[in-house]
Write a protein that binds this ligand. Sequence first.
Ligand code: GDP
Ligand code: ADP
Length: 217
Amino acid sequence: MTAQGFDGVERRGLMFVLSSPSGAGKTTLSRMLLEREPGLKMSVSATTRPMRPGEVEGRDYFFVDKKKFEKMVEQGELLEWATVFDNRYGTPSAPVEAALAVGQDVLFDIDWQGTQQLHQKASADVVRVFILPPSAADLERRLHTRAQDSEEVIRGRMSRASHELSHWAEYDYIVVNHNVDDAFAEVQSILKAERLKRERRTGLTEFVRGLQRQLEK
Ligand SMILES: Nc1nc2c(ncn2[C@@H]2O[C@H](COP(=O)(O)OP(=O)(O)O)[C@@H](O)[C@H]2O)c(=O)[nH]1
Ligand SMILES: Nc1ncnc2c1ncn2[C@@H]1O[C@H](COP(=O)(O)OP(=O)(O)O)[C@@H](O)[C@H]1O
C-alpha cells in the first residue's frame, strides 16, 4: 500500500477523516479538497437514509434498503458502520482497499463511531479532523440554508449536535469553520503536512541512501 509522493519518495496512503455535527461543513470542505487535491479519493458510504434533492447515487452515497444493508454487514463488506439519526451508514471496504493499493489517499465523511472503528483497525494510517461550527446559531442557519431537510429533521439534527460535539477530543485536529476559505486552507494544510510525516514515507531510507552515495562519490 505505497503511494508515490509528489517529491518522488514512496509513502503509505492515508485515511483522512472529517467529522462534525450535521451542518458544520464537512460536505462542503470534502468537495473542495477533492477538487483541489490530486491523489485523494472519496470513500462513498452506503446508507439507508432517503436521497436528498441534488444527491447522486454512487457519488454522494449508495442508497440501500435495510435488508441490503444488513446483508452487507453479514457478508463482512463494511470496514465500519454505525446508526446515525435512526439510519444506518457504513463504509464499503473494497473501494478503500483498492484506492490505497494504487497509492491514493482516501477521504471519509463519517461520524465519531465510524472514526473509532477505523482508528482501531488502522491507527497509524488514520488522520482524524473534527470540524466545529462557530456557534449554535450558525449551525442552525446552515442547516436551514442547505434547505434539504424538513423542519423535523433539522430539529433532530440540532438536538443531536451537542452529543456529536462531545467527541471532539478523540480527534487529532480541530478546525472551526467560520469562513469556508479559511477552514479549507486549514484542512488542506493538515493533509499536506500529514503526507510528509516521516513514519509513513517508506521510501525515505532508500532516498537518503541514494543521496549519501552521490555525496560520497
Ligand atoms: N460511521 C459512519 N458514519 C457515516 C457514514 N457516512 C456518513 N456518516 C455520517 O452520518 C452522519 C449523517 O450524514 P448525512 O445524513 O449525510 O447528513 P449530513 O451530516 O448533514 O451531511 C454524518 O455525521 C456523517 O459523517 C459511514 O459510512 N459511516
Ligand atoms: N463557513 C461557512 N459559512 C457559511 N455557510 C457554510 C459554511 N460552510 C458550509 N456552509 C453551508 O452550510 C450548509 C451545511 O454545510 P454542509 O457542508 O452540507 O455540512 P455537513 O456536511 O457537515 O452536514 C451548506 O449549505 C453549506 O453551503
